[in-house]
Design a binder for this molecule. Sequence first.
Ligand SMILES: [Zn+2]
Length: 274
Amino acid sequence: MDELKLKSATQFAEKLVKDAGLQFPIDILSIAQERNILVAAKPASSKGVSGMLIRSGNDFAIAYATHIKSEGFQRFSIAHELGHYFLDGHPEEVFRNGATMHESKAGFGTVDQIELEADHFAAGLHMPSHLFNAATAKFSDGLEAVQGLAKLCNTSLTAAAIRYAELAEAAVAIVLSHGQTVDYCFSSESMRRIKGYRHLKKGVLLPKNTTTSNFNKHPENIASGLEMSDSTDPSIWFHIDDEIDSSEEVIGLGEYGRTLTVITAEIPDEDEEN
Ligand SMILES: [Zn+2]
């Protein structure tokens, strides 16, 4: 994976938003309209396909899937396709060998470089750092911030959570899981800097007896979008040495079939020491 190219994909999208002077929620369709890109809803031909970029000569169109009803997910899918239109080398790659259509699986579930770049572009477009950081400051750390930001940016909770973990100053981690399995985890820089921190890897089992582990034993919790929270010991998640007061907030993601966990560690503020 080329981390530098992922970063520049995000930055490219952020610049588009800045140059157009857009505010939250970012008007994704206006960006497409300005380039005469037609955007239309379309039932997906196969499950798992989030959207398509279609080319006819120099004309482009985007079709986005509607099998997941969330507007946030659909907006992310459109932005992902815009990434294939805007990013350096993408049109050449997705329309290789005379192809006229590219099918995507948006949403950070892939290891394909070109798809990941489009996901990073989509995150940067919906949640550019120059607007996102200022907005984050208005909320309490943790799930409240994730929910508030998702609403403000009109994105899915998952997309907002990933971006939050990437940009937050607080020591936070977000974990996506299903059953007793960790799908993936993202931690903020301050979390990763805590002594002894070890990353929770994709595919491992959830730590036992945690709120998340117990929550996931009841599928109806996920389907109904239930919320639960408790204190947690960060050492069982990340092998952190110090005892740091931490909270574990859990929410079921409904039809997405997954659970979002936000772990927030209360690191004593150095500025307040004297
Ligand atoms: Zn794609």
